[in-house]
Design a protein around this ligand. Sequence first.
Ligand code: NAP
Length: 273
Amino acid sequence: MGIFEALPWSFYEQDTTRFWVHYGLVLLGLLLAVITFIVQWLSPAPYGKHERTDANWGVMIPQRIGHILSDAVPGVLLFLIVFFVYGDARGYANYVFLLLFQAHYIHRGILHPLVMRYKNPYVALGITLGGFFPNCLYHFVNADFIGSAHYNNNYFFDPRFIIGIVLFIVGYIINKWADWKLRSLRDRKGDDGSTGYYIPYGGLFELVTCPNYFGEFVEWIGWSIATWSAAGFVWTVFAAATFFPRARHNHQWYKEQFEHYPPNRKALIPYIW
Ligand SMILES: NC(=O)c1ccc[n+]([C@@H]2O[C@H](COP(=O)([O-])OP(=O)(O)OC[C@H]3O[C@@H](n4cnc5c(N)ncnc54)[C@H](OP(=O)(O)O)[C@@H]3O)[C@@H](O)[C@H]2O)c1
């Protein structure tokens, strides 16, 4: 298969309006990622460790509902609707991509919020909406792309597909393992073990402060390569625009909170940063 066969512009050649809607939104996504990076680098979004009483992000809603709204509605509901109603390609590769995305978002948007042990059971509506609207944009373009892209029948043997899927699965395992490890830190009952913060040890936590973000970053890099899409690329850039600043703030926070925080641990990328 020629390397250009799966390039984006081939998919909407019959419909220029749709082409420009899609790529207009992709460009908007790129701009939003740049703005997000700058804003979050300067100041972390005020939830979890970085919650601030002076920040006014609107009324408080139950945190579990907030995450379901910001992640499951765009990542599961909107994605499925766009894929099945708006999309028109029905090759095996399209379904593999659908399955992978759903595997991530059914966990992140439904299971994760239901089982995590949050310090604060409430979150500001503004934080939820700050996740909901960008997610709608990025998940729309990704579902639009994989719902309509025509991958070659031999795409399963394409290095982009193989490398991308391997990265996605490795990142998926790291991300879920790290989040469950964080959850287990609050296993203890009867003292402040139910709401306190502790230093996580073991596995990738020995190398970086935020292996959950690192794992998810690897996942989306794999997604971009496997889907070979501009939509996947801008989503990965946006994810990086939240992971790098937040990992930096988290790393700083741990060093300030814990005198004996392991000094060789990096923030996000093992051995590098
Ligand atoms: N795609 C994206 O753009 C994007 C952006 C952000 C997050 N995410 C994903 O969403 C998931 C959650 O992200 P997050 O920012 O909420 O992660 P986080 O700050 O690491 O927190 C995850 C959970 O672990 C708890 N926790 C964290 N550190 C702890 C510690 N030292 N001791 C005890 N408990 C601790 C948190 O409790 P508290 O809530 O009480 O702090 C929370 O319940 C991750 O999988 C991440 O990759 C994706």
